[in-house]
Design a protein around this ligand. Structure first.
Ligand SMILES: Nc1ncnc2c1ncn2[C@@H]1O[C@H](COP(=O)(O)OP(=O)(O)O)[C@@H](O)[C@H]1O
Ligand SMILES: [Mg+2]
Length: 254
Protein backbone atom coordinates (compact mmCIF):
# COMPACT_ATOMS: atom_id res chain seq x y z
CA UNK A 1 0.00 0.00 0.00
CA UNK A 2 1.32 3.44 -0.83
CA UNK A 3 -0.82 5.35 1.66
CA UNK A 4 -2.34 3.66 4.70
CA UNK A 5 -4.21 5.26 7.60
CA UNK A 6 -5.39 3.12 10.47
CA UNK A 7 -7.75 4.23 13.20
CA UNK A 8 -6.61 7.86 13.10
CA UNK A 9 -8.13 10.13 15.74
CA UNK A 10 -7.88 13.88 16.05
CA UNK A 11 -9.78 16.19 18.37
CA UNK A 12 -9.62 19.91 18.99
CA UNK A 13 -10.55 20.25 22.64
CA UNK A 14 -13.99 18.69 23.02
CA UNK A 15 -14.51 18.55 19.26
CA UNK A 16 -13.82 15.08 17.86
CA UNK A 17 -13.00 15.55 14.19
CA UNK A 18 -11.37 12.25 13.12
CA UNK A 19 -12.93 9.28 14.89
CA UNK A 20 -10.91 6.23 13.98
CA UNK A 21 -10.45 6.98 10.30
CA UNK A 22 -8.91 4.21 8.16
CA UNK A 23 -8.16 4.19 4.45
CA UNK A 24 -5.73 2.71 1.93
CA UNK A 25 -4.51 3.84 -1.48
CA UNK A 26 -2.47 1.60 -3.77
CA UNK A 27 0.53 2.99 -5.63
CA UNK A 28 -0.46 4.91 -8.76
CA UNK A 29 -4.16 4.96 -7.86
CA UNK A 30 -6.46 7.91 -7.43
CA UNK A 31 -8.70 7.98 -4.36
CA UNK A 32 -11.42 10.60 -4.15
CA UNK A 33 -12.81 11.37 -0.70
CA UNK A 34 -16.33 12.74 -0.69
CA UNK A 35 -18.30 14.09 2.24
CA UNK A 36 -20.06 17.14 3.63
CA UNK A 37 -18.43 20.35 4.85
CA UNK A 38 -16.76 20.13 8.22
CA UNK A 39 -16.55 16.31 8.25
CA UNK A 40 -12.74 16.30 8.62
CA UNK A 41 -11.50 16.00 5.03
CA UNK A 42 -8.90 18.78 5.18
CA UNK A 43 -7.89 17.77 8.71
CA UNK A 44 -7.20 14.25 7.39
CA UNK A 45 -4.84 15.59 4.70
CA UNK A 46 -3.12 17.85 7.24
CA UNK A 47 -2.56 14.87 9.54
CA UNK A 48 -0.93 12.90 6.70
CA UNK A 49 1.36 15.84 5.90
CA UNK A 50 2.22 16.37 9.56
CA UNK A 51 0.77 19.91 9.55
CA UNK A 52 -1.48 18.55 12.31
CA UNK A 53 -0.46 15.83 14.76
CA UNK A 54 -3.01 12.98 15.11
CA UNK A 55 -3.90 12.06 18.72
CA UNK A 56 -3.62 8.35 17.93
CA UNK A 57 -3.61 5.84 15.09
CA UNK A 58 -1.06 5.09 12.42
CA UNK A 59 -0.20 6.78 9.12
CA UNK A 60 2.19 5.01 6.77
CA UNK A 61 3.61 6.05 3.41
CA UNK A 62 5.10 3.12 1.47
CA UNK A 63 5.13 1.20 4.73
CA UNK A 64 7.05 3.87 6.67
CA UNK A 65 5.68 5.71 9.67
CA UNK A 66 4.70 9.30 8.84
CA UNK A 67 3.72 10.55 12.29
CA UNK A 68 5.93 12.83 14.36
CA UNK A 69 8.76 13.32 11.85
CA UNK A 70 11.14 16.20 12.52
CA UNK A 71 13.99 18.05 10.88
CA UNK A 72 15.63 16.42 7.90
CA UNK A 73 13.36 13.36 8.03
CA UNK A 74 10.34 15.66 7.74
CA UNK A 75 11.87 17.67 4.86
CA UNK A 76 12.61 14.46 2.97
CA UNK A 77 9.10 13.20 3.65
CA UNK A 78 7.45 16.41 2.42
CA UNK A 79 9.57 16.39 -0.74
CA UNK A 80 7.57 13.32 -1.85
CA UNK A 81 4.31 15.31 -1.91
CA UNK A 82 2.64 17.85 -4.13
CA UNK A 83 -0.41 19.67 -2.88
CA UNK A 84 -3.14 21.75 -4.44
CA UNK A 85 -4.72 23.58 -1.53
CA UNK A 86 -8.34 24.53 -1.17
CA UNK A 87 -8.67 28.05 -2.60
CA UNK A 88 -5.40 27.90 -4.53
CA UNK A 89 -3.31 29.55 -1.81
CA UNK A 90 -0.93 31.34 -4.17
CA UNK A 91 1.41 33.97 -2.75
CA UNK A 92 0.14 37.37 -3.93
CA UNK A 93 3.43 39.22 -3.69
CA UNK A 94 5.50 37.01 -5.98
CA UNK A 95 5.06 36.30 -9.68
CA UNK A 96 3.30 33.28 -11.11
CA UNK A 97 6.50 31.47 -12.08
CA UNK A 98 7.99 32.11 -8.63
CA UNK A 99 4.84 30.60 -7.11
CA UNK A 100 5.23 27.49 -9.28
CA UNK A 101 8.96 27.27 -8.52
CA UNK A 102 8.63 28.03 -4.80
CA UNK A 103 9.07 24.48 -3.53
CA UNK A 104 11.88 23.81 -5.98
CA UNK A 105 13.87 26.83 -4.80
CA UNK A 106 13.00 26.69 -1.08
CA UNK A 107 12.73 22.97 -0.35
CA UNK A 108 15.08 21.49 -2.90
CA UNK A 109 17.52 24.37 -3.45
CA UNK A 110 17.15 24.20 -7.22
CA UNK A 111 19.09 27.12 -8.77
CA UNK A 112 16.80 30.02 -9.70
CA UNK A 113 17.38 29.81 -13.48
CA UNK A 114 16.72 26.06 -13.53
CA UNK A 115 13.64 26.45 -11.31
CA UNK A 116 12.32 29.14 -13.66
CA UNK A 117 12.80 26.83 -16.66
CA UNK A 118 10.91 24.01 -14.91
CA UNK A 119 8.13 26.40 -13.84
CA UNK A 120 7.67 27.59 -17.43
CA UNK A 121 7.45 23.96 -18.66
CA UNK A 122 4.83 23.13 -16.04
CA UNK A 123 2.79 26.23 -16.92
CA UNK A 124 2.66 25.03 -20.52
CA UNK A 125 1.64 21.54 -19.34
CA UNK A 126 -1.41 23.02 -17.59
CA UNK A 127 -2.36 24.98 -20.68
CA UNK A 128 -0.97 28.41 -19.82
CA UNK A 129 1.43 30.30 -22.05
CA UNK A 130 4.88 30.94 -20.61
CA UNK A 131 4.07 34.71 -20.68
CA UNK A 132 1.70 34.13 -17.77
CA UNK A 133 4.74 33.36 -15.63
CA UNK A 134 5.62 37.04 -15.37
CA UNK A 135 2.18 38.07 -14.12
CA UNK A 136 1.01 38.22 -10.49
CA UNK A 137 -1.75 35.95 -9.14
CA UNK A 138 -4.21 38.86 -8.77
CA UNK A 139 -4.01 39.44 -12.52
CA UNK A 140 -5.40 35.96 -13.26
CA UNK A 141 -8.96 34.58 -13.46
CA UNK A 142 -10.05 31.89 -10.97
CA UNK A 143 -9.56 29.14 -13.54
CA UNK A 144 -6.05 30.36 -14.36
CA UNK A 145 -5.17 30.52 -10.66
CA UNK A 146 -6.24 26.88 -10.29
CA UNK A 147 -3.99 25.96 -13.22
CA UNK A 148 -1.09 27.74 -11.55
CA UNK A 149 -1.85 25.86 -8.31
CA UNK A 150 -1.81 22.62 -10.30
CA UNK A 151 1.49 23.57 -11.99
CA UNK A 152 2.95 24.20 -8.52
CA UNK A 153 1.64 20.87 -7.20
CA UNK A 154 3.37 18.93 -10.00
CA UNK A 155 6.49 21.14 -10.22
CA UNK A 156 8.82 18.70 -8.45
CA UNK A 157 7.34 15.54 -10.06
CA UNK A 158 6.03 14.28 -6.71
CA UNK A 159 5.13 10.62 -6.10
CA UNK A 160 1.99 11.61 -4.13
CA UNK A 161 -0.36 14.53 -4.82
CA UNK A 162 -3.23 15.83 -2.70
CA UNK A 163 -5.99 17.89 -4.27
CA UNK A 164 -8.20 19.65 -1.74
CA UNK A 165 -11.39 20.76 -3.51
CA UNK A 166 -9.62 21.60 -6.78
CA UNK A 167 -12.79 22.68 -8.59
CA UNK A 168 -14.69 24.53 -5.86
CA UNK A 169 -15.70 27.99 -7.06
CA UNK A 170 -15.28 27.20 -10.77
CA UNK A 171 -18.07 27.03 -13.31
CA UNK A 172 -18.88 23.46 -14.49
CA UNK A 173 -16.99 23.80 -17.77
CA UNK A 174 -13.82 25.18 -16.16
CA UNK A 175 -14.17 22.50 -13.47
CA UNK A 176 -14.17 19.85 -16.20
CA UNK A 177 -11.10 21.42 -17.82
CA UNK A 178 -9.27 21.31 -14.48
CA UNK A 179 -10.38 17.71 -13.87
CA UNK A 180 -9.04 16.67 -17.27
CA UNK A 181 -5.75 18.39 -16.52
CA UNK A 182 -5.54 16.64 -13.17
CA UNK A 183 -6.13 13.26 -14.80
CA UNK A 184 -3.53 13.99 -17.53
CA UNK A 185 -0.88 15.30 -15.14
CA UNK A 186 -1.35 12.45 -12.69
CA UNK A 187 -1.13 9.85 -15.46
CA UNK A 188 2.01 11.45 -16.85
CA UNK A 189 3.66 11.34 -13.41
CA UNK A 190 2.24 7.97 -12.35
CA UNK A 191 1.50 9.62 -9.01
CA UNK A 192 -0.69 8.30 -6.22
CA UNK A 193 -3.38 10.83 -5.36
CA UNK A 194 -5.99 11.69 -2.78
CA UNK A 195 -8.51 14.28 -3.95
CA UNK A 196 -11.24 15.84 -1.89
CA UNK A 197 -14.40 17.10 -3.46
CA UNK A 198 -18.08 17.43 -2.86
CA UNK A 199 -18.70 17.59 -6.58
CA UNK A 200 -19.77 14.16 -7.84
CA UNK A 201 -19.00 14.95 -11.50
CA UNK A 202 -15.39 15.59 -10.44
CA UNK A 203 -15.28 12.48 -8.29
CA UNK A 204 -16.49 10.26 -11.13
CA UNK A 205 -13.98 11.79 -13.52
CA UNK A 206 -10.89 11.59 -11.33
CA UNK A 207 -11.38 8.52 -9.13
CA UNK A 208 -10.25 4.94 -9.34
CA UNK A 209 -11.71 4.50 -5.84
CA UNK A 210 -14.15 6.65 -3.90
CA UNK A 211 -14.34 6.85 -0.11
CA UNK A 212 -17.05 8.64 1.82
CA UNK A 213 -16.23 10.38 5.09
CA UNK A 214 -18.94 11.03 7.64
CA UNK A 215 -18.34 12.34 11.14
CA UNK A 216 -14.62 11.68 10.88
CA UNK A 217 -14.84 8.07 9.72
CA UNK A 218 -14.71 6.42 6.31
CA UNK A 219 -18.11 4.78 6.09
CA UNK A 220 -17.72 3.36 2.58
CA UNK A 221 -14.83 2.82 0.15
CA UNK A 222 -15.02 1.08 -3.19
CA UNK A 223 -14.37 1.32 -6.93
CA UNK A 224 -15.75 4.52 -8.49
CA UNK A 225 -17.97 2.50 -10.82
CA UNK A 226 -19.73 0.99 -7.78
CA UNK A 227 -20.72 4.34 -6.28
CA UNK A 228 -24.29 4.14 -7.60
CA UNK A 229 -24.66 0.62 -6.18
CA UNK A 230 -22.96 1.08 -2.82
CA UNK A 231 -26.00 -0.10 -0.89
CA UNK A 232 -25.08 2.55 1.67
CA UNK A 233 -27.88 5.02 2.50
CA UNK A 234 -25.40 7.75 3.51
CA UNK A 235 -23.61 7.48 0.17
CA UNK A 236 -26.92 7.46 -1.71
CA UNK A 237 -28.14 10.57 0.09
CA UNK A 238 -24.87 12.36 -0.63
CA UNK A 239 -24.60 11.51 -4.31
CA UNK A 240 -28.24 12.29 -4.94
CA UNK A 241 -28.00 15.51 -2.93
CA UNK A 242 -31.13 14.89 -0.90
CA UNK A 243 -32.08 16.82 2.24
CA UNK A 244 -33.89 13.73 3.59
CA UNK A 245 -31.95 10.69 4.71
CA UNK A 246 -29.68 9.44 7.48
CA UNK A 247 -27.35 12.48 7.21
CA UNK A 248 -28.87 15.19 9.35
CA UNK A 249 -27.57 18.70 8.97
CA UNK A 250 -26.60 20.22 12.30
CA UNK A 251 -28.47 23.41 11.41
CA UNK A 252 -31.71 21.47 11.27
CA UNK A 253 -31.16 19.95 14.69
CA UNK A 254 -30.51 23.30 16.34
N1 LIG B 1 -6.85 23.95 13.67
C1 LIG B 1 -8.11 23.73 14.07
N2 LIG B 1 -8.53 24.05 15.31
C2 LIG B 1 -9.78 23.79 15.73
N3 LIG B 1 -10.73 23.24 14.96
C3 LIG B 1 -10.39 22.89 13.69
C4 LIG B 1 -9.06 23.13 13.19
N4 LIG B 1 -9.01 22.69 11.91
C5 LIG B 1 -10.25 22.20 11.64
N5 LIG B 1 -11.07 22.32 12.71
C6 LIG B 1 -12.48 21.88 12.78
O1 LIG B 1 -12.54 20.52 12.36
C7 LIG B 1 -13.72 20.29 11.60
C8 LIG B 1 -13.36 19.67 10.27
O2 LIG B 1 -12.64 20.63 9.49
P1 LIG B 1 -12.15 20.33 8.01
O3 LIG B 1 -11.36 19.09 7.97
O4 LIG B 1 -11.47 21.57 7.55
O5 LIG B 1 -13.54 20.12 7.25
P2 LIG B 1 -13.77 19.74 5.71
O6 LIG B 1 -14.28 18.34 5.70
O7 LIG B 1 -14.83 20.70 5.25
O8 LIG B 1 -12.46 19.92 4.98
C9 LIG B 1 -14.43 21.63 11.48
O9 LIG B 1 -15.46 21.68 12.43
C10 LIG B 1 -13.35 22.63 11.79
O10 LIG B 1 -13.90 23.78 12.38
MG1 LIG C 1 -11.78 21.22 3.63
Amino acid sequence: MHIELENVRKSFGPKHVLNGLSLKVEKGKSLVVIGGSGTGKSVMLKCILGILQPDSGSIKIAGENAVGLRGEARDKFLARFGMLFQGGALFDSISVWENVAFGLMQGRHTPRAKAREIAMEKLVLVGLSADVGKLYPAELSGGMQKRVGLARAIAADPEIIFFDEPTTGLDPIMADVINNLIVDCVKRLGATTISITHDMASARKIADDIAMIYKGEIIWQGPAKMIDRSGNPYVDQFILGRADGPIKMDVLKA
